[in-house]
Design a protein. Structure first.
Length: 339
C-alpha cells in the first residue's frame, strides 16, 4: 500500500512539473509575441522613415543625419529589449524619424551638388573597385563622406572641392579595377614565368606576352570605356604567357632526355600525319610541311563549300515548307479541314 501511494505521488509530481513547464513556455511565448507586437507598433513610423532613407542612399549622401538617426533607432531597440521606459523609447524614435527625414532632404541637395562624383562612384562600384582597388576605393569613400558631411553643415564650396578629389580617386580606382580584372591573371603568370626562369628557354614568346600586357594597359588608359581592343590584347597576353611556360618546360625536357633536333622535327610531323590520314592522303615531309599542309587546307575548303551549299539547300526547303503550310492553312479556312 505504501509503495502504491509513493508511486502515485511520483506520478503526480511529474505531471505537475510538465504542466508548469508548458505554462511557463506558453507564457514566455506570449511574452515574446507581445514584445514583437509592441515593437511593430512602436517602430512603425521609424521603420518607414528608415526604409525611405536607405532607398535615397542617405548613408552615403547624408552620413551625419543618417548616422545620428540610426544611433537613436538602435538605442530604442536596446531599451525595448531591456524593458526600459516606453516614453523614453518613443522619444528616441520620434527624434530618429525627424533625422531620417532631414537625411532624405539632404540627399536631394547632394544629388544636385555632386552629380559627377556620384556617377564616378557608380562606375567604380560596378567594376568591383572595392575588391580590385580597395585602397584607392576606401580613400575615395572617405573623401566623399567628408564632402557629404560638409554639405550637411552648409559649407557648399568646401564640399564641392572635396567631392572633386573624391571623383578623381573613384576614377583612378575604376581604372585600376578594370586593369586588374583583365590583367591580374596574366601578371601572375608572368611572375610564375620569372620564378621558373622561362626567359632562358623561351625569351621571344615571353617578351611577346609582356609587350601585349603593355599594349593592353595603354589601350585601357586611353579608352577605358571601349574595352574590346584591350580585352583582346589581354587574352592574347594571357595565352602567350602560358605558351612561354609550356615551351620552357618542353625544351628543358628535351635537354634532359638528350633529344636532338631530328627528334624534335619528327615529333612535330606526327600531328599533321594523323590529320592527313583522315583526308585519305599519306603525309610526306621530304620537302617540308608545305605539301601536307596544302593538302589538308584544300580538303577542308572543298568540304566547307559543300557544307555551305547544303545549308543553302536546307534553307530553301524550309522556306518552301513554310509557304506550303501557310497555303494549306489558307485553304482549310476557306473550305474546311479534310481530316
Amino acid at each position: 500500500m505504501f509503495q502504491k501511494q509513493r508511486f502515485f505521488s511520483v506520478i503526480l509530481i511529474i505531471a505537475i512539473a510538465c504542466i508548469t513547464t508548458l505554462f511557463v513556455a506558453n507564457a514566455t511565448g506570449q511574452e515574446l509575441d507581445g514584445k514583437k507586437d509592441v515593437k511593430s507598433v512602436l517602430f512603425k513610423d521609424a521603420n518607414a522613415a528608415l526604409l525611405k532613407a536607405q532607398k535615397a542612399n542617405a548613408a552615403v549622401l547624408a552620413p551625419t543625419n543618417f548616422g545620428e538617426a540610426m544611433e537613436l533607432y538602435h538605442n530604442a531597440e536596446t531599451n525595448l529589449q531591456q524593458g526600459e521606459n516606453l516614453d523614453d523609447i518613443r522619444k528616441d524614435l520620434r527624434e530618429s524619424v525627424v533625422l531620417f527625414q532631414k537625411a532624405i532632404e539632404a540627399t536631394k541637395l547632394a544629388e544636385v551638388t555632386f552629380p559627377n562624383t556620384m556617377k564616378a562612384r557608380r562606375d567604380a562600384y560596378l567594376t568591383g573597385s572595392a575588391k580590385f582597388s580597395s585602397g584607392t576605393w576606401k580613400e575615395a569613400e572617405e573623401k566623399f563622406n567628408g564632402a557629404a558631411e560638409q554639405l550637411e553643415d552648409g559649407d557648399v564650396n568646401d564640399a564641392r572641392e572635396e567631392a572633386l578629389e573624391a571623383e578623381k580617386l573613384y576614377r583612378k580606382s575604376e581604372l585600376n579595377s578594370i586593369k586588374a580584372s583583365y590583367l591580374n591573371d596574366t601578371r601572375n603568370l608572368l611572375k610564375q614565368a620569372e620564378e621558373l626562369d622561362v626567359e632562358d628557354e623561351a625569351p621571344k614568346t615571353l617578351k611577346n606576352a609582356r609587350d601585349l600586357v603593355k599594349q593592353a594597359e595603354k589601350e585601357l588608359n586611353e579608352n577605358r570605356y571601349d574595352t574590346d581592343v584591350a580585352r583582346s590584347l589581354a587574352r592574347q597576353a594571357n595565352y602567350q604567357a602560358k605558351h612561354a611556360i609550356y615551351l620552357s618546360k618542353a625544351i628543358r625536357q628535351m635537354k634532359d632526355q638528350d633529344q636532338s633536333w631530328e627528334d624534335l622535327m619528327l615529333a612535330s610531323e606526327i600531328p599533321l600525319m594523323q590529320i592527313d590520314e583522315l583526308t585519305g592522303h599519306a603525309a610526306q615531309f621530304d620537302a617540308g610541311f608545305a605539301k601536307t599542309t596544302n593538302e589538308i587546307s584544300a580538303y577542308i575548303t572543298t568540304y566547307q563549300d559543300s557544307v555551305d551549299n547544303l545549308i543553302q539547300v536546307v534553307g530553301w526547303y524550309e522556306q518552301a515548307s513554310k509557304l506550303k503550310n501557310a497555303r494549306i492553312s489558307e485553304l482549310e479556312q476557306k473550305y474546311g479541314s479534310q481530316k
